[in-house]
Design a protein around this ligand. Structure first.
Ligand SMILES: *Cc1c(COP(=O)(O)O)cnc(C)c1O
Length: 374
């Protein structure tokens, strides 16, 4: 028997729950017929900066542009080295290479999937100018360690926070900060399936540094400093008003969405923890986990995946190939991180979104239990 409607991410259900509010917000934009550079976008930037506790938020066209803008703002020389995890979505390193900088790939902890300061330290050279910790799958990299290292070695830190918006980081002195607000610059994506997603493409850059923020705002707008006066070669990267309206409706619910994801994760943990063949997602002590993904590790990944698929349960491989092994980076002669293959060959992500029902979670976990009882 196939279970009816399981999806990795169910955006239809989320829309249904927000429909009245969402339709009204979109209608308002249509009535005003201001589609770019309008008041809705500015309001969203303000509300997000307040939520995150960061001084500047610059909305842009997508998370990849956000990373590109952040790196452009640093004005690094061609060939400058930027350390980035070997296990992440391509955009984290693509933006580096796109600007003529050199990605240097760092190994990740196979239990938490995060790049660690000790690994970064081993890769430092006189050419290293920046590091890009990625808060992968929903929890923060060790930002206390990253910032300490950055200070010692005069490096910029850009947090790729496309997957952990709303996560809280706890410093050893008791202070806390939202993911994406601790480095010199933070970036995020509002791709529809992200924890805070719009209805198309969107992204944002965060900073507490006034100068960097000004520069990023100008770079996102053709390097413009005053009307039709251009100080640098920039981009055209903006969030449109319809997307901003969607995000303004969703932002007040983000915390509750993230809590719902945590509940799903806890139920998965409880139902699967006794299966010795599975490694459950490791949680780090200094960050909350907002479970963008719930990612298992196991040897018989393909068998389990096929078994689940046959029973109407999707499961995805994020990510199948280490970045260092991607053809796209071949010509750059980047360093190889052999141990990433072991992660790539064993990960399997289960359906994860705030609208999963207890019954569905039970169906998923009991099917996994059945597989291992065979
Ligand atoms: C989604 C994602 C991006 C890119 O965001 P887009 O909006 O798709 O351009 C960058 N980094 C990570 C880790 C992501 O998951």
């Amino acid at each position: 028997m196939k279970h009816p409607a399981l999806k990795m991410v169910d955006l239809q259900r989320q829309y249904a729950a927000l429909k009245t509010e969402m339709d009204a917000a979109l209608q308002e934009v249509l009535n005003a017929s201001v589609y770019l550079k309008g008041a809705v976008g500015r309001q969203f930037e303000q509300e997000l900066s307040q939520y995150l506790g960061v001084q500047h938020v610059i909305a842009c066209a997508n998370g990849t542009d956000a990373l590109t803008l952040a790196l452009m703002a640093l004005d690094l020389r061609p060939g400058a080295e930027v350390i980035v995890p070997d296990f992440t979505f391509i955009a984290s390193a693509e933006s580096i290479a796109f600007l003529g900088l050199k990605p240097v790939f760092a190994p990740c902890n196979p239990r938490t999937f995060l790049m660690e300061p000790e690994a970064v330290k081993k890769l430092l050279t006189p050419a290293t100018k920046a590091i890009v910790p990625v808060h992968l799958f929903g929890q923060c990299a060790n930002m206390e360690g990253m910032m300490k290292l950055a200070k010692e070695h005069h490096l910029y830190v850009i947090e790729d926070n496309a997957q952990s918006l709303g996560s809280d980081y706890h410093f050893s002195d008791g202070k806390t900060a939202k993911a994406g607000t601790m480095g010199h610059i933070g970036t995020t994506s509002f791709f529809p399936s992200k924890n805070l997603g719009c209805y198309g493409d969107g992204g944002a850059v965060f900073s507490n540094d006034e100068k960097l923020a000004q520069r990023i705002r100008s770079l996102a707008n053709h390097g413009m400093s005053a009307p039709y006066t251009h100080d640098s070669i920039g981009m055209n990267s903006r969030l449109d008003e319809l997307q901003a309206a969607v995000l303004r409706v969703k932002l007040p619910h983000l915390q509750q969405f993230n809590q719902a994801r945590q509940t799903v994760a806890t139920l998965y943990d409880e139902a699967l923890q006794h299966i010795n063949a599975l490694t459950l997602p490791g949680r780090v002590p200094d960050s909350t986990h907002v479970f963008h993904q719930y990612t298992l590790r196991l040897e018989k990944r393909e068998d389990l995946r096929a078994y689940l698929n046959e029973r109407g349960i999707p499961a995805m491989i994020y990510y199948p190939i280490p970045l260092h092994a991607q053809k796209a980076f071949e010509k750059l002669e980047c360093n190889r991180v052999i141990e990433t293959h072991e992660i790539c060959n064993s990960v399997l992500s289960l359906p994860m979104h705030p609208n999963l029902t207890t019954e569905e979670i039970h169906y998923i976990t009991s099917t996994i239990n059945d597989f291992f009882a065979l």
